[in-house]
Design a protein around this ligand. Structure first.
Ligand code: ZN
Length: 215
């Protein structure tokens, strides 16, 4: 059945509404993680194909994960390199521009994450977030943490990466040990077993047997 790479990504999930779906199967169980980080927001952004997002979804995502927690003001316009900027206003017609923008931002985030777990790690996005001021040091309950601090003018991919960077900087080894990025669909999840790290549960049967795994 071919290479298995031409799987229709949009068809792999039943219809959903972003703002009612709060269950993330890929969310790691890590003590304290949930209360102090924007990881949930980043995973929610990565969880669904670009074609499924509406401007309202994106606006709600910003409010839930960035504006309400006090990490940034709500942007008027969302940007990403190589994509047409999109007004963050549900009355505006984002159309194909929104899909392209999210597709590019998602791709950039996944590429950065792949670097983190590559045999020769490339974690330049962490330094870029620090020196770009998109993460800052803080203390929560007397404990030193990193907090995402993106600005409205930042690119969407960098905003998502700032949520991830704040968490990765706290516990880089957790990510190196458990992060899984599917070779077929790009899905980001967390696994206990290093054997399964190249594919998500849905695509294991598509790639096993002919995809050599580099360890
Ligand atoms: Zn997959």
């Amino acid at each position: 059945m071919g290479s298995g790479r031409n799987i229709d990504e949009a068809g792999r999930r039943s219809p959903r509404r972003l703002h009612t779906s709060r269950t993330l199967p890929s969310f790691p169980t890590h003590p304290g993680l949930q209360s102090i980080t924007g990881l949930r927001g980043a995973l929610e952004f990565l969880e669904w194909p670009a074609s499924e997002w509406t401007i309202k979804d994106l606006q709600d995502w910003f409010v839930d994960h960035l504006v309400t927690p006090g990490l940034m003001k709500r942007p008027q316009i969302v940007r990403e390199p190589g994509a047409t900027p999109v007004m963050l206003d549900p009355r505006a017609d984002g159309g194909s521009n929104l899909e392209e923008l999210i597709y590019k931002a998602r791709g950039r985030v996944i590429t950065a994450l792949r670097g983190l777990i590559a045999p020769v790690a490339d974690d330049r996005f962490l330094n870029a977030a620090i020196y770009g001021g998109r993460v800052r040091r803080a203390a929560v309950g007397g404990r030193p943490v990193w907090v995402a601090s993106p600005r409205e003018i930042d690119f969407l991919g960098d905003i998502v990466l700032s949520l991830l960077a704040a968490d990765i900087l706290l516990d880089r080894e957790f990510y190196r040990a458990h992060l899984c990025i599917c070779e077929v669909c790009g899905r980001v999840s967390f696994k206990d077993s290093p054997d399964a790290r190249g594919v998500c549960g849905e695509h294991r049967s598509h790639v096993s047997g002919f995809t050599p795994r580099v360890r």
